[in-house]
Design a protein around this ligand. Structure first.
Ligand code: ADP
Ligand code: 5GP
Length: 189
């Protein structure tokens, strides 16, 4: 059986990463989404063990102590996110390619650990103003949450050059085509 590959997608929150990852998953590419664990609370439309494995902060820290994560980050103050070893091993064994939606540091860590089998993709908006507009129109975050995400975005953008591919998500249909093309090429390579 051919080995599965890793596709890590990273972007400032609000750039359209989830939308583009969903577009990828709807293609027939044998991709399986890596469900991360997080200590943040579920959003209204999120389902436990589908969007994330939602854990309490205490549970999350216990998993850290046990060495259960391939990588984890405190992405926002006191909000932990991480990739569980069990999650990746299970999917890997089923022969699928795994797609990760994780922050820039986590993405670059996976690329460093598995350089040849990983494609890292950075998604960005045309400007910070557009990002702010999308965060507001998505309507998930409080004003302080939006400010936290914009501040973080300014830091994340600095890492974009370290990624294998970069996509400016302006026209959504164009971006979908672009991401599907680069992922197909990588899987077939
Ligand atoms: P992320 O996963 O990066 O936080 P989302 O996929 O949730 O971002 O997208 C943030 C918001 O922007 C959503 O409301 C989504 O529908 C919208 N969006 C995504 N891509 C575009 C685009 N190219 N143009 C306009 N709006 C977009
Ligand atoms: P959100 O709260 O918007 O779902 O995610 C916030 C940030 O955490 C996003 O940048 C997302 O990609 C990142 N994230 C999600 N899961 C993981 C993970 O397993 N590890 C790391 N390092 N970051 C993650």
């Amino acid at each position: 059986m051919k080995e599965g590959k890793f596709i890590v997608v990273s972007a400032p929150s609000g750039s359209g990463k989830t939308t583009l990852v969903k577009a990828l998953l709807s293609e027939n590419l044998d991709l399986s989404f890596s469900i991360s664990a997080t200590s943040r609370k579920p959003r209204i439309d999120e389902v436990d063990n589908v969007d994330y494995h939602f854990l309490s902060t205490i549970e999350f820290k216990k998993h850290i102590e046990k060495g259960a994560f391939i990588e984890y980050e405190e992405v926002y103050p006191n909000k932990f996110y991480g990739t569980l070893k069990t999650e990746v091993e299970r999917k890997w064994r089923s022969g699928k390619h795994i797609i990760f939606d994780i922050d820039v540091i986590g993405a670059l860590n996976i690329k460093k650990k598995y350089p040849n089998q990983t494609l890292s993709i950075f998604i960005n908006t045309p400007s910070i103003d557009v990002l702010e507009e999308r965060l507001r129109s998505r309507g998930n975050d409080s004003e302080s949450g939006i400010q936290e995400r914009i501040q973080k975005a300014n830091e994340e953008i600095k890492f974009s050059e370290k990624f294998d591919k970069s996509i400016i998500n302006d026209d959504l249909e164009k971006s979908k085509k672009q991401i599907i093309k680069v992922v197909k090429e990588f899987i077939d390579s």
